[in-house]
Design a protein around this ligand. Structure first.
Ligand SMILES: CC(C)(COP(=O)(O)OP(=O)(O)OC[C@H]1O[C@@H](n2cnc3c(N)ncnc32)[C@H](O)[C@@H]1OP(=O)(O)O)[C@@H](O)C(=O)NCCC(=O)NCCSC(=O)C[C@H](O)C(=O)O
Ligand SMILES: [Mg+2]
Length: 270
């Protein structure tokens, strides 16, 4: 089980300047994209660039998002990831648990499955529990498109189903991207909403978004102080703590919060 990223930055593997810039960035995870961010004529060169980039190394863990099953590039992408030094593979438009297990076996590293179609949402519990799947990512652009909803409000049920499926399988779960590059307040608000749904972190598309999402998903000082006090005071069974009832699950949640806050965020435990 890897420590869940709070911030996962997508970048097109076809953009050398973005790759160069990413070397000095510190999201919890980089995702070099071969799928929708890359135009068809650039697919092969982007694949080679992604493999070269992860071979050179980044300061943080790096994933490669392959093209989906049924596309002309899928098999070559999987072979490239399998032979690469990528920490993770991201599979878009996941819909079938058995196919995803086969992808995880082929790339021989953990897979983050993107849930971004109605069929994917309905299959999310089986996908999250499939062998080799470390967690789920909500693909909100594709999901809104396919559900024919104009905005995030119409995604609420799907987003909560994705969180539910990931948690039931014990995996991590990341929220979708915020497209409006010039609206940091909107990003912060969407991060807060995603956190309230239970997401561990957010996928991002621009370096300027990293600090905003990191702040939104990091536990604040007051929460950490309270968690430490609760763990110290824990006696087992029901108890009064600062005016409220606490039981074992509250102590467990406090311990998890403290562990997450002190975890080495740039070293995934795979
Ligand atoms: C959205 C962008 C195309 C905007 O690009 P641009 O206008 O060039 O940005 P800036 O001029 O503000 O860039 C400033 C410098 O930062 C570098 N940069 C920009 N974006 C990134 C990045 N993501 N990672 C690393 N570095 C980045 C630029 O190169 C500039 O540096 P320099 O060249 O040295 O001056 C662009 O931000 C972008 O391509 N973003 C990522 C797009 C992407 O990966 N999309 C796929 C994932 S989103 C998705 O598909 C989710 C899901 O599937 C769904 O359905 O929702
Ligand atoms: Mg998508």
């Amino acid at each position: 089980m890897m420590i869940a990223p709070r911030t996962a930055l997508f970048l097109p593997a076809s953009r050398q300047r973005a790759i160069a810039r990413a070397r000095s960035l510190h999201p919890d995870l980089l995702i070099l994209d071969l799928e929708d961010a890359v135009a068809e004529p650039d697919k092969a060169s982007a694949r080679a660039a992604a493999v070269a980039a992860v071979a050179e190394g980044f300061a943080v863990p790096a994933a490669i998002r392959v093209n989906g099953g049924g596309t002309d590039w899928h098999a070559a992408d999987l072979a490239a990831v399998a032979a690469s030094r990528a920490d993770l593979c991201v599979l878009p438009k996941a819909e079938d648990a058995a196919a995803i297990a086969a992808v995880a076996a082929a790339v021989a590293r953990p897979v983050l499955a993107m849930i971004e179609t109605p069929a994917g949402v309905l299959a999310a519990p089986a996908i999250a529990a499939a062998p080799g799947v470390a967690g789920l990512i909500a693909g909100t652009n594709d999901l809104a498109h396919q559900l024919r909803v104009p905005g995030r409000a119409g995604l609420a049920l799907a987003l909560q189903a994705i969180v539910l499926a990931a948690r039931a399988a014990g995996g991590l779960v990341l929220d979708g991207v915020w497209n409006r590059l010039d609206d940091p307040d909107g990003l912060a608000a969407e991060c807060a909403e995603g956190r309230s749904y239970g997401f561990d972190g957010k996928t991002l598309i621009h370096p300027d978004q990293i600090a905003i999402a990191e702040a939104a998903f990091a536990p604040d000082a007051a929460a950490l102080e309270e968690a430490a006090a609760l763990v110290a005071a824990a006696t087992g069974g029901a108890a009064r703590f600062r005016g409220r009832m606490v039981e074992a699950m509250h102590v467990e949640a406090a311990r998890a919060l403290l562990a997450r806050a002190t975890g080495k965020r740039h070293e995934p435990r795979l």
